[in-house]
Design a protein around this ligand. Structure first.
Ligand code: ATP
Length: 299
């Protein structure tokens, strides 16, 4: 598979604070990715950098093997951020025309279909749209651009659950007919688990974990039971989180369990549960928070 985006050793400093440090990220063609991280982890800084809005203090960004230089914004990328400011006096149709002029693969038929589907009036001024409708407008541009790399920063802001489901359904349908690379940065991890194929977790400005969603589904387990039994059981496993209560223990592992492991767990009275990606993420970061592994990245 071809690489569409490569970020190498990115550093971005704001004063003494490193918003990004030693950050490497590679995205392949025709894949949907999730980007997750706590508030202030560096997601928006990274996405702004990829889309050329800010420039790294160090490191390299290549889009389709072409280096992104200072001041460049790649036509291969459509970046939709709900934190972006749209001129309030501009009409919906004017913004779509601007986007259409920039993106070579723009599809007007699809854009008009989306306006109807989302009940967006093309003649309405952006300043008159509700918070959710502004998000829908951004999401519509991202979809109709059909850009080789489409990046959404929190595409769910202001949307009710039905609208979020509708957006993700349309995204998947359109992606299956028009494959491209999509990067979704969101806090609603469970909602995108069915949409994304791979994910990245960013913490304190660097990538903490990357994997296929499928691997998390089969490898993340929550074990509860007697402390001594759990400690024995997990001695050869990758432990993500551990918490004792009385004689009991709760442990999260990131490992495949064999049939023999499952038999042993049953005999030792250890309960085994699969974890959702969102829960796994919460335990992973909770451990780092409580053990002090999570630090302020300053050099
Ligand atoms: N313009 C700026 N000036 C100074 N510090 C900044 C600036 N932009 C971001 N930061 C800092 O960089 C760090 C990363 O911020 P960023 O907005 O990338 O996080 P995020 O992961 O997108 O967070 P959230 O989920 O809350 O949107 C934070 O500590 C933030 O305070």
């Amino acid at each position: 598979m071809k690489t569409i985006l490569e970020c190498k050793n990115l550093l971005k400093r704001y004063g003494k604070h490193n918003a990004l440090i030693n950050l490497d990220l590679t995205l392949q063609e025709n894949t949907i990715y999730g980007l997750f991280g706590c508030n202030g982890a560096g997601k928006t800084t990274l996405l702004n950098m990829i889309s050329g809005n800010i420039f790294p203090d160090r490191g390299v960004i290549n889009v389709n093997e072409k280096r992104l230089n200072y001041g460049d914004s790649s036509k291969e990328i459509c970046y939709i951020s709900e934190k972006q400011y749209y001129f309030s006096g501009v009409k919906v149709i004017d913004l779509l025309e601007l986007a259409a002029a920039f993106h070579n693969r723009w599809d007007w038929n699809f854009a008009n279909q989306l306006l109807k589907e989302f009940k967006l009036n093309p003649q309405q001024k952006i300043g008159q749209l509700s918070r959710g409708m502004k998000t829908i407008l951004g999401n519509t541009i991202g979809l109709a651009s059909r850009a080789p790399l489409t990046i959404y920063d929190e595409p769910e802001i202001g949307l009710d659950v039905l609208m979020r489901e509708k957006f993700y359904r349309i995204l998947i349908d359109d992606y299956s007919n028009n494959p491209r690379t999509i990067l979704l940065s969101t806090h609603l991890i469970d909602e995108v688990t069915k949409v994304i194929e791979h994910f990245f977790i960013i913490e304190s400005g660097t990538i903490l974990l990357k994997d296929a969603v499928e691997n998390i589904c089969i490898s993340s387990h929550l074990l509860t039971g007697n402390r001594t039994e759990i400690e024995k059981f997990t001695s050869d496993k990758q432990v993500i989180y551990q918490e004792s209560y009385g004689k009991g223990m709760l442990t999260v592992i990131y490992d495949l369990l064999t049939e023999e492991d499952k038999r042993r767990a049953k005999i030792d009275n250890i309960s085994v549960e699969r974890l959702s990606l969102q829960k796994f993420f919460a335990y992973l970061l909770e451990r780092r928070e409580s053990s002090g592994e999570r630090t302020e990245n300053s050099i």
